[in-house]
Design a protein around this ligand. Sequence first.
Ligand SMILES: Cc1cc2nc3c(=O)[nH]c(=O)nc-3n(C[C@H](O)[C@H](O)[C@H](O)COP(=O)(O)O)c2cc1C
Length: 283
Amino acid sequence: MTDSPQPSDWRSESASLLATRYGLESWPDAEVVSSPTIDLQLRHRSVRKFTAEPVTDAELTSIVAAAQSASQSSNLQIWSIVAVRDAERKRRISEAIGGRSYVEDAAVFLIWVADFHRAAKLVETQDIEATTVGYMESTLVAFADSGITAQNALLAAESLGLGGVFVGSIRNNPAEVVAELGLPEFTFPVFGLAIGHPDPTEQAGTKPRLPQAAVLHHEQYDAEAWEQPVSDYENHLAEYYAEFDKPNYSWARTIVRRLGSAAGLHGRDRMRDRLREQGYDSE
Ligand SMILES: Cc1cc2nc3c(=O)[nH]c(=O)nc-3n(C[C@H](O)[C@H](O)[C@H](O)COP(=O)(O)O)c2cc1C
């Protein structure tokens, strides 16, 4: 325990949160270390149904400050957010990516932008061309920093009682999103984050994650470690979905669909071309 005091039964509550995170009845380990921050993280679920209550400017300011507080590669700060509240713009973006009610119903739709525009302009003031923007490393860094900062934002929103869902499907149709947001050269829409007040009628809970035996390797990567935990997870996730009236769900089937054919990428198989159009040659 490192942050503010917890109620006296925090240990059992944290153990229960850990168990739920892995789809277990109870947490087998007697030793539980937690904090209010970790408990909040363990409680995370994506929210796709929102009430009409707005997100205030003060809330947005704090959420963005939390995002900016994340570590930054070389302190370059090569990302930006476009906050969309306008109902018509949200509707058009939703339409461009195949129709997403959570984009339209969110109080605010935040689009993370990999952004070398600002830095490149700064370099140009010195009569130097920003040649490394076209390198693959620049693409990777801008995308990595976008992810790191955006998760800070979602956690901040959740700490305020708000909820949200990331929207990677804006990359189904980056060209239309670029046009809608007026994104200049050296910028690229990475993902959206729909934020609002959770509608309590939404049928969703804490979605179990892979057992740690699948994701945590000690000292060296164990290439054989995946099989048993993945098989256990198949059952945990099927039980989770059955609870919400989705019988016969298979995680394996989802992974196969996504990795086994370009069709599973919903138009995102041409990403290098889309990046090039925005000045990210990614060579
Ligand atoms: C980068 C990123 C993009 C995502 N894109 C979408 C999306 O387009 N639509 C959607 O419904 N959920 C999207 N999600 C949410 C995931 O589906 C969700 O986090 C995952 O199923 C785990 O569920 P949970 O967040 O409720 O625990 C995205 C998540 C991430 C991290």
